[in-house]
Design a protein around this ligand. Structure first.
Ligand code: HEC
Length: 133
């Protein structure tokens, strides 16, 4: 009886360890890029663009990011950033996006718009009060 309990404990511990390994599996490149893109969006975009699962943008003319799925590439985002630097992105503060920044934002937009339900909610970004957060 005692031995059987020990065996169960050992089994539970072994299962626990293997579950732990599964959880701490290294993130893949897509996930890391999406996280970095989300951070950039949080810092630079949510002052005007809604990045929630629903709702309107703080700047009524700025399309919510959930509607941008499939519309933009890293190149087109860099073009938007270049426009902002030229003072031409609708009052968006001048922002320089490196190729990596733009790619990561594009990956974030892809991850956000293709996610459903709770997964999308998890990726959403709360609005902020000023154009630069
Ligand atoms: C100061 C406000 C403001 C900020 C900050 C801002 N935008 Fe915008 N953005 C706008 C407005 C307004 C439009 C819509 C212009 C139009 O449709 O004529 C727009 C349009 C866009 C579009 C084109 C949308 C489409 O329909 O294809 C993209 C892409 C975009 N923004 C990306 C960004 C990204 C990425 C950031 C952050 C790095 C950002 N914007 C920050 C105001 C802003």
């Amino acid at each position: 009886m005692f031995d059987a309990r020990l065996t169960m404990l050992a089994l539970a511990a072994a299962l626990g360890v293997s579950a732990g390994v599964a959880v701490s599996k290294p993130k893949d490149e897509y996930q890391l890029a999406a996280e970095r893109g989300r951070y950039l969006v949080q810092r630079n975009c949510v002052g005007c663009h809604n990045v929630g699962v629903d709702g309107l943008s703080p700047n009524a003319n700025a399309p919510p990011f959930r509607l941008l799925g499939g519309k933009h590439t890293a190149e087109s985002l860099r073009f938007v950033a270049a426009q902002s630097s030229a003072g031409d992105h609708y009052g968006m503060p001048s922002i320089y996006l490196s190729i990596k920044d733009a790619r990561d934002i594009a990956v974030f937009i892809d991850a956000f718009t293709s996610a459903q339900g709770k997964a999308r909610k998890k990726l959403s970004v709360a609005p902020c009060a000023t154009p630069t957060c």
